[in-house]
Design a protein around this ligand. Structure first.
Ligand code: NAG
Ligand code: NAG
Ligand code: NAG
Ligand code: NAG
Ligand code: NAG
Ligand code: NAG
Ligand code: NAG
Length: 590
């Protein structure tokens, strides 16, 4: 059941006999939309000789072995616990079967594309990159490419409403992109928002000292600073040791840049011993780093990454990009495939930060299932190599807006978010207030429709569902991967943007906070010469439970319902609860 979650749209390998003309005869639709994805409008047709880069994701031959390896090395009771794989070992497991390479190359060449025009950019050879003209791509994929413009961001992308593959190739190809995934680096939702109603600290004294119970119950109830969070989650007195080996990665999209001067101001106000500490930006695939445009999301992520994990090195990834759109340009345009671009880059690195946090997501139903499955399976490689991957769970409770299904039925259903719904990432929900901490009403949570429930969470999630009874029956998938897994404060974060302090809320704030705490836990492990925690979900749902503060009130309304309610044990508002560093530290040091 667990494996079928991830192999959802992967077909059994059948051996393919090369035969040129037949490729074109027996095409079957891989994915198509009934209606144009929300927020987009058709702009114009490209010239047939307009070129772009096509990414053909090949079936990863021994993915099932990679997944079972991952589950063993992440299971704290397994003899292989912590024995992460090397880059070469993971690449070896994702290498396509020779039949796959033969069949796919044969298909490409049958379209008159010389083998000098395509290449395998990764060590695992699990995808092919080729530069094609619109005419070539349309012939190969039985597609009709158009330019589409995103109404609010103005982003322009080249996509098709549908694409097909020769039937004989279906088992060999996981995904082709860009095709029907309309997300772009700027239309994706960043999970943070300004909270003008929360009076920022500017006028108040900076809170830099550890906080007494009296202060905590007043100021730290409404606002959050590194001092508040370090106190609440009990990291204040921990001194990191493994700065030479440990790193916290923050992935950013949406043309968001972390501002260096703002980080310095933030440090001087909220973490004075960190003054002068900087965070390098790695620019991926045309990702920019414009210091005159500080981003709220990027500044939030970096300031709280540093604010809690200091002096652990942090790194910010700015993934491109939105080049100016030139209607008649013959030069290849950026394909705006955020997750694939970032994952391709990071998996090619010899060393990867041991914790990575990302505060972006889409409604799962807006991401084609083949694309979502492929991305989710790429996260398996990060986990296998010993990296913990956090995603914010979303800011719309069980679903924002009208929650119509996009299958033409116009049924209303809860809207799970992706990548939070991928069983190989750790999804972070939000809380608010202290004494007691409660689930915040925007905290994204629910049950995936794409991925079935992994075994590691089946006990606690079943308990919740039994207690829920028939409530919301039919509005969510009771067999789906359930999220979030964990939570942290999500309101009143004091962030320096353009020299001023603003209050920011969102699970975007929760994710870097949890990531920074787990980065400190990795520091504990590394300074004991132990392996990093890697994929933590099996640990969270077992050994780590006593190290989490169970959050037992709050709810996440959405889709015109009251949403789910937080209660004892796991719940779809706050997951298993918020981290207590001191207790987790003793649980993982044993
Ligand atoms: C592209 O196609 C147009 C007509 O469709 C043609 O006029 C133009 O010369 C072509 N450009 C190139 C670089 O082949
Ligand atoms: C393919 O490209 C190579 C290198 O550009 C060239 O030598 C070869 O003749 C080409 N083959 C065909 C069939 O066009
Ligand atoms: C955790 O909290 C306890 C009780 O307040 C305190 O004694 C301890 O020093 C804290 N540990 C850390 C690492 O902050
Ligand atoms: C940086 O941002 C500023 C303000 O938006 C803009 O004027 C400038 O052209 C940008 N620089 C680059 C290199 O994009
Ligand atoms: C969530 O809580 C905030 C603050 O208490 C309130 O203003 C808002 O209306 C609530 N949202 C929903 C959907 O209940
Ligand atoms: C970790 O390994 C290093 C180098 O092998 C050694 O010097 C150090 O004492 C070890 N630390 C612990 C806690 O075992
Ligand atoms: C976290 O754990 C420490 C050590 O067990 C304890 O003293 C502290 O009260 C706990 N913090 C919370 C918020 O439960």
């Amino acid at each position: 059941m667990w494996l079928s979650a991830v192999l959802i749209c992967v077909f059994p390998v059948i051996s393919a006999t090369p035969f040129n003309r037949q490729w074109e005869e027996d095409m079957s639709v891989r994915h198509s939309w009934l209606e144009l994805p929300r927020g987009w409008r058709r702009l114009s047709s490209p010239s047939p000789n307009h070129t772009f880069d096509l990414h053909v994701g090949l079936k990863q031959h021994r993915l099932d072995v990679l997944i079972s390896d991952l589950l063993q090395i992440s299971d704290p009771t397994h003899p292989r616990y912590g024995q992460h794989l090397t880059k070469e070992e993971t690449e070896d497991l994702v290498k396509p079967h020779p039949d796959t390479l033969d069949a796919v190359e044969d298909w490409i060449i049958s379209h008159g594309i010389n083998s000098s025009r395509f290449h395998y950019p990764t060590g695992g050879q699990d995808h092919i990159d080729l530069r094609v003209s619109v005419a070539e791509a349309e012939r190969m994929l039985n597609a009709k490419y158009e330019f589409y413009r995103h109404k609010s961001s103005g982003d322009t992308i080249l996509r098709t409403m549908s694409y097909s593959l020769p039937r004989a190739l279906q088992p060999h190809i996981d995904v082709v992109s860009p095709t029907t995934y309309f997300g772009t680096t700027r239309s994706m939702r960043s999970t943070s928002f300004l909270q003008p109603e929360v009076q920022p600290l500017d006028a108040l004294e900076p809170i830099v000292q550890p906080i007494s119970d009296t202060v905590r119950s007043s100021s730290c109830d409404l606002i959050n600073t590194p001092a508040c969070l370090r106190d609440l989650y009990n990291t204040t007195n921990y001194e990191p040791q493994a700065m030479d080996r440990n790193r916290l990665g923050i992935a950013g999209y949406l043309d968001q840049f972390s501002n260096d001067a703002d980080l310095q101001t933030f440090e001087s106000k909220f973490r004075p011993e960190a003054i002068g500490f900087t965070v390098p930006t790695v620019q991926i695939n045309g990702g920019r780093n414009n210091q005159t445009e500080p981003g709220i999301e990027a500044n939030l992520d970096v300031q709280y990454g540093v604010g809690i994990s200091y002096p652990t090195p942090n790194v910010y990834y700015s993934t491109g990009g939105s080049p100016p759109y030139i209607a008649d340009s013959q030069t290849p345009m950026n394909t705006n495939e955020p997750y694939l671009d970032w994952l391709t880059y990071i998996l090619a690195q010899p060393t990867i930060p041991q914790v990575i946090t990302t505060s972006y997501g889409d409604d799962e139903q807006t991401v084609p299932v083949d694309y979502a499955t492929r991305i989710c399976n790429l996260f398996v490689q990060l986990g296998a190599r010993g990296t913990t991957v956090f995603f914010s769970s979303g800011d719309f409770g069980v679903g924002g807006g009208d929650c119509f299904k996009n299958d033409g039925s116009n049924r209303v259903e809860f809207q799970p978010g992706f990548p939070a719904s991928c069983p190989f990432v750790t999804a972070v929900g939000g809380t608010t207030h202290v004494n007691p901490e409660i689930g915040v009403n925007f905290s994204g949570g629910g049950f995936s429709r794409y991925f079935t429930r992994p075994a590691y969470q089946s006990g606690p999630v079943s308990q919740y569902l039994v207690a829920l009874g028939d409530t919301y029956a039919g509005q969510f998938n009771p067999n789906g991967r359930a999220y979030p897994d964990i939570a942290a404060q999500g309101t009143g974060y004091q962030v320096v943007v353009g020299g001023h302090i603003v209050s920011v809320g969102g699970t975007s704030a929760s994710s870097p906070t949890v990531a920074a705490i787990f980065s400190l836990l990795n520091d504990v492990r590394l300074s004991q010469n132990k392996s990093t925690l890697g994929f933590i979900n099996p640990l969270l749902y077992s050994t780590a439970v006593p190290g989490l503060n169970d959050i037992v009130s709050g709810s996440n309304p959405g889709c015109q319902t009251d949403g789910f309610t937080a209660k004892e044990g796991w719940d779809p508002v706050t997951g298993l609860g918020t981290p207590n560093f001191s207790r987790l530290r003793s649980l993982i040091s044993g």
